[in-house]
Each structure stands twice: as C-alpha cells, then as structure tokens.
Ligand binder design. Structure first.
Ligand SMILES: Nc1nc2c(ncn2[C@@H]2O[C@H](COP(=O)(O)OP(=O)(O)OP(=O)(O)O)[C@@H](O)[C@H]2O)c(=O)[nH]1
Ligand SMILES: [Mg+2]
Length: 381
C-alpha cells in the first residue's frame, strides 16, 4: 500500500512564489518516492522556531491532523536540524521527515551500480549519525517505509558505533573504486571531454542518447541517473567523449555531494560543460542558479559552459521561444528539443567550435578510439 504524508512548509511572506515552486517540487519528489501527499500545511512566518520549527502550538495542530487523516509521515519542506526532529517527534505521533530524507530515499531506491549503492549508503549513514548525536532514539521510532530504506538489500544500521564502523568500511571501498576508475579514465584525457550537467529531469539523458545514439534510461521521475556514463560521439569528424551524470536539485544534501564526489568528478575533468536546462518550467532561472551554485560547490564553477535550453517543444508558443532567444542573445545558449531533435545540429556546431578552440586552432585529428561503441562507464569497475 502506498504511504501517505502531510507536507508542512514554512513560507516567508515575501517569497510566496518561490515557496510554491519548492513545494510542488517536494510533492513531485514524494511522488517519485512512492508517497502520496494528502494534505499541505503552509505556515507564514518570518523566522522559524528554534525548538519546534513551526512552533509548539502549530506542531500540536499538525499532530491532530495526522491522527484524523491517518497518514504515515509528516514531511517538512526544509532541512530540519536534529533538534527540530527530536522535538517535533515528541509531539507528532508518526515519522517526522525533511527534504533531505526524501532525496536520500529516492537515491537509495534508484541506486543500481555497486558504486552508487555505496555512495548512497554512505550519505544516509552520515545523515543518521548527525541525528543520533542529538537524539539516540531517533531511528527506532521510524518503523519502515520512506526514510528508512537503504539501497538494495542492505539493511541500514541504527546503532551509533556500528554506523561509524560501517562508514569507515564504505569509505575504504569507495577509495578502491576511485582508484580503478582513475586508471580506466586515464586515456580519456587525450580526448575532448564534454559533460552534461543540470537540474534533475532537465533532459540530460535524453540529450545524451541523441548525441551518442545510445539508449540510457530516461524518465519523468526525478534522479533517474545516479551514475556517470561516458560514450564517444563523432561530431563533424572530431571524436568527442560525452558524459551523462547525476542531476542537481535545490537543497541537495551536503552528504550526497561528498559521497558522490567520484561520480561528479566527470564535471571537474571535462573540457566543456553543457548545462542542460528545462526552459518549459516556469522559473527555470532558479534551476540555473542552483546548478551554478552546485558546480561551484564541487569545484567546477569556472569551466567553459554552453547552456542548452531544452524542451522548447513544450513552450506554449513560438512567440515565447523568440522572446527567450532575444533575452539570451549574445550568450552561450543553444535552444533544443532533445525529444524532437530540433536545434541539435546547432548544438553540434557549437560543440565543434569549442572543440576547435580547445585544439588551439589546429585542425581536428581523428583519434582512433579503440573502445568505440563500448560503454566507458566510469561507475562500475
Ligand atoms: N517534451 C520533451 N520532453 C523531454 C525533452 N527532453 C527530455 N524530456 C523528458 O523529460 C523527462 C526527463 O528526461 P531525462 O533525460 O530522464 O532527464 P535527466 O536530466 O537525465 O534526469 P535525471 O537523470 O532524473 O536527473 C523524460 O520524461 C523525458 O522524456 C524534450 O526536449 N521535450
Ligand atoms: Mg538522467
């Protein structure tokens, strides 16, 4: 049976539209995690309550609603402090979760490769450890379902000392995997490397498939791709390596960024970043800000970038498209639909131009890339 949740959001009176966007996103995240949102409580306040986040009185109201609706969890659209979780859990009789818990849960469900599984488990355990430091009973109250699921069959530890030991083991395993990966990707340095980055669900994998004639998974769910995949493409006679990787989101937990360091490394090592943006989404500018910030966090902020404004087939009119083109005239922006293929030739031209710059004006050479169609998957050694 699908789990049910009540969502709670604290909104600053001067940031209503941004709050709505973020709330819609949380509901989509819950949907991806298999949880139905049955009610939304919005509280307008300037500052969050230091002890109960929404204040004790409001927390009691939420508790009553939870009993009435018979839901399994209350999900806060925020990053709660361990203290908030502890206090709220004293008043609210069901699971108290936040945005980070939901994102971690989706990552756990979608992790396929052994590397992704290790990375997710590591992030989850670090998140748990932070909670347990403040509230030793935090995990025993959770029960099952969302917020408690680990990647694959792994059962997540709930004991502090054992968590720490497991974290150390996972870190060692990751180091080994990273070493193998570094050796495997050594020969890639001689090629022009392009990385697709962007908000989750922007269409990175769809574009990857179009550029490299591949068949990686695309889906309307969030965080479908959790690994890095690299394939060769031939663009106007130049051999280019294109990589698809994990998407970003606002409030991407720091634990996840740290744990996925080796997966995200592809952005640091690239010669060109294609920042894929879903421009059919209202307020896509916010997504761009989040992506820029995340790129800076992983140390790839200064890389050469081309913005790929995707999903133009979903824009309501040709007029909208023209207006967008005017607004971004003179910038490194290409308009495409990864789905219909519109604009993809222009994008290839652009990539080729960047390739020539990278070659420093020298003519393209045709590298013999002996692992041509083979999947240069950086994830699984
Ligand atoms: N209409 C339309 N849909 C698109 C386009 N590009 C991608 N999509 C759809 O958008 C959804 C997300 O696409 P993906 O390629 O999986 O996105 P992603 O950026 O790889 O997402 P994650 O791996 O989940 O972070 C899928 O349902 C795609 O079919 C496009 O140009 N037009
Ligand atoms: Mg993808």
């Amino acid at each position: 049976m699908r789990e049910k949740a009540v969502v709670v959001s604290v909104v600053r009176p001067d940031a209503l539209s941004e709050a709505q966007r973020s709330l819609d996103e949380l509901i989509a995240l819950l949907e991806t995690a298999g949880v139905e949102t049955v009610d939304v409580i919005v509280q307008k306040r300037r500052k969050v309550d230091p002890a109960f986040y929404i204040g004790k009185g409001k927390a009691k109201e939420v508790a009553e609603l939870v009993e009435k609706l018979g839901v399994d969890a209350v999900v806060f659209n925020a990053r709660l402090s361990p203290k908030h979780v502890r206090n709220l859990s004293k008043v609210i009789p069901v699971k108290v979760l936040d945005r980070v818990d939901v994102i971690l849960d989706i990552f756990a469900q979608h992790a396929g490769s052994s590397e992704a599984k290790i990375q997710v488990e590591l992030a989850q355990l670090q998140h748990r450890l932070a909670r347990l430091r403040v509230d030793p009973g935090a995990l025993s109250r959770l029960g099952g379902g969302i917020g408690t699921r680990g990647p694959g069959e792994t059962k997540l530890e709930i004991d502090r000392r054992r968590i720490q030991a497991r974290i150390n083991r996972l870190k060692k395993k990751l180091q080994k995997i990273e070493k193998v990966r570094r050796q495997k990707t050594k020969q890639q340095r001689y090629f022009f490397r392009v990385a697709l980055v962007g908000y989750t669900s922007a269409g990175k994998s769809t574009l990857m498939n179009r550029l490299t004639k591949s068949n990686f998974k695309e889906s309307e769910q969030l965080f479908t791709t959790l690994d890095t995949f690299t394939r060769a493409a031939w663009i106007k006679g130049a051999t280019v390596l294109i990589s698809d990787t994990v998407g970003f989101i606002s409030d991407l937990p720091a634990e996840l960024i740290a744990a996925f360091r080796s997966t995200l490394m592809v952005a640091n090592e690239a010669d060109l970043l294609l920042v894929v943006v879903d421009v059919s989404k209202p307020g896509f500018e916010r997504d761009i800000e989040v992506v820029e910030r995340t790129l800076r966090r992983i140390g790839a902020g200064d890389k050469p970038k081309v913005y790929v404004f995707n999903k133009i087939d979903l824009l309501p009119s040709q007029y909208m498209l023209e207006r967008l083109k005017d607004r971004y005239a003179g910038e490194e922006v290409v308009f495409v639909s990864a789905k219909t293929g519109e604009g993809v030739e222009e994008l290839k031209e652009k990539i080729y131009g960047k390739y020539l710059e990278w070659r420093g004006g020298k003519p393209p050479v045709h590298h013999s890339y002996n692992r041509k169609r083979e999947d240069l998957k950086g994830g699984n050694p």
